[in-house]
Design a protein around this ligand. Structure first.
Ligand SMILES: Nc1ncnc2c1ncn2[C@@H]1O[C@H](COP(=O)(O)OP(=O)(O)O)[C@@H](O)[C@H]1O
Ligand SMILES: O=P(O)(O)O[C@H]1O[C@H](CO)[C@@H](O[C@H]2O[C@H](CO)[C@@H](O)[C@H](O)[C@H]2O)[C@H](O)[C@H]1O
Length: 471
């Protein structure tokens, strides 16, 4: 085992000020930028770590920056502290053509004046440096690189940045590991590390086990540092030759084939993960009081969604009834078990290996929700509802839509789940409808914000779920 490398570093004063005008323009254009629709009016430095001092060839900075954004009209136009983002900034005299897509801009003032800065994850040497730091369990400034002791990482694996549309950024190393660098950073235990670690401890083979991870310690994070570290990234085994469930479902739809066997296998895989999570982490019983606050949350999200997306308005009453029916059951004495769940499960989060084995990935939960909420135990049906919505999405993304295809998948998924969990989610239709409704409302807002052309897909579900007896 190699010794941990500890390196203290200093960063040049005025670094952020010199990057500020370039980042204001560049950051909002990134897919992973969460504050779309509001301009960035400035930055505050949360932490800066010089990973490579700038020479003629290359310099490298790790930055955590808080982007200031004014609130939308109606909130007084004041600035709020804004989200914190993780950036890896490369510095060169000039960019070689292969790095042109990574350009952030040319610095005109401050310590880097005359240099070109770029998104360093596109570049081999910075990506190598991250893997090497994880491999050697380095400490660099306030950055701490951790690795599971018995899991060796070979040096020299060739990196490539994934180009998929993502909420974060991932680098694949030699088809052996994948490093996901989180982009919007919040202090505290991140479920994307916490849950796969817990599942690995349980020996659950359905989730790639974390091999290594990096965090920023608060003492390196400025005077107003939070008490908890920031989880910045997770390295895990890369499932070679995998196809994700969304791609696979669309492929079968295009061929006119059903997806029933895979949907059943996915149901089983989901149940196995839920069973392992319920063993690994605390579960609680939800009585009327807890259910009431859950239902209140769903209702508030619905009200906010109706405000943001007016086409929801005609269905609001029917959708509310999905939530009040659940509240009614709780008032009559029904209780439910809550446990840790995936939190944002859909076909794109399921990977099928060439051998036909399914894995679940991306345990971050819905990134827009507060961390404390994402880490709360919830009925496992929440994930089931996410998957049921996903079959519907796939069936409605083709022309003409294939509702029967979705119906068969939904039934098979629930049967597979029942086989492995010993309980069929369909035996609790009121809970299932409430969670499907909550998810469809979330999707309406998500699509209105990110992909307006997809809005009809969740709106069709809203129409169905708003009726008292949705089929
Ligand atoms: N362990 C893995 N093996 C193979 N591919 C993976 C693995 N983890 C993630 N991926 C690929 O990376 C993509 C993004 O990963 P994900 O964790 O969903 O990131 P994000 O939170 O940015 O959406 C996935 O859709 C999948 O294609
Ligand atoms: O980026 P994430 O994977 O964390 O999830 C977000 O984006 C998803 C879309 O990429 C979105 O999922 C919705 O669209 C999918 C098809 O593209 C569909 O399979 C899902 O069922 C549907 O919810 C997800 O909601 C959002 O959080």
């Amino acid at each position: 085992m190699s010794e941990a490398v500890t390196r203290t570093v200093t960063t040049p004063p005025g670094l952020l000020a010199s990057l500020d005008p370039l980042l204001r323009e560049w950051l909002p254009r990134q897919r992973w930028f969460a504050g779309k629709g509001r301009p960035v009016t400035g930055f505050a430095l949360v932490s800066a770590t010089e990973l490579l001092p700038p020479t003629a060839n290359l310099g490298l900075y790790h930055l955590l920056v808080r982007a200031h954004q004014p609130l939308l009209a109606g909130h007084g136009g004041h600035e709020q502290p804004g989200d914190c983002y993780q950036l890896l900034i490369g510095v060169r005299e000039a960019l070689p053509p292969r790095l042109a897509p990574a350009l952030i801009g040319h610095v005109t003032r401050g310590p880097l004046a005359g240099r070109t800065v770029y998104e360093a994850l596109h570049d081999t040497r910075p990506a190598d440096l991250l893997l090497e730091a994880l491999r050697t369990r380095a400490r660099i400034g306030g950055l701490r690189f951790e690795r599971v002791p018995h899991q060796e990482v070979r040096s020299g694996l060739v990196p490539r940045l994934m180009t998929a549309e993502q909420s974060n950024s991932s680098v694949v190393y030699g088809d052996t590991f994948i490093l996901k660098l989180l982009r919007r950073i919040v202090p505290g235990i991140n479920p994307d590390l916490e849950l796969p670690l817990a599942l690995a401890r349980e020996g659950c083979p359905r989730v790639p086990p974390p091999t290594a991870w990096l965090v920023a310690d608060p003492e390196g994070a400025g005077a107003s540092a939070p008490a908890e570290p920031y989880v910045l990234g997770v390295l895990q085994p890369f499932v070679q030759g995998a196809t994700d469930g969304w791609e696979l479902a669309l492929r079968e739809l295009a061929k006119g084939e059903d997806f029933v066997a895979e949907a059943r296998a996915l149901g089983r895989a989901t149940a196995e993960v839920h069973t392992a999570l319920a063993r690994a982490l605390p579960t609680v019983t939800l009585g009327h009081t807890q259910l009431r606050s859950l239902v209140d949350g769903m209702t508030q999200r619905l009200e906010a969604a109706v405000h943001a997306v007016p086409s929801l308005r005609p269905y609001a009453g029917g959708l509310r009834s999905a939530f009040s029916a659940l509240d009614q059951l709780a008032a009559e004495g029904s209780t439910w078990t809550a446990q840790r769940v995936h939190g944002d499960l859909h076909l794109g989060q399921c990977l099928r290996s060439p051998a036909g084995e399914w894995s679940l990935i991306d345990f971050e939960g819905e990134p827009a929700r507060p961390l404390a909420e994402r880490r709360m135990p919830q009925p496992a049906v929440r994930d089931v509802a996410g998957m049921l919505r996903s079959f519907d999405y796939a069936a409605r993304s083709v022309d003409p839509p294939q509702p029967d295809w979705a119906g068969h998948c939904r039934a098979a998924y629930c049967s597979g789940y029942a086989e492995a969990a010993g309980r069929d989610p369909r035996t609790d239709p009121v809970l299932l409808r409430a969670y499907e409704t909550d998810k469809a409302v979330y999707e309406v807002v998500y699509e209105a914000r990110h992909r307006p052309e997809w809005l009809p897909v969740p709106l069709a579900a809203v129409q169905r779920l708003a009726s008292p007896d949705p089929t």
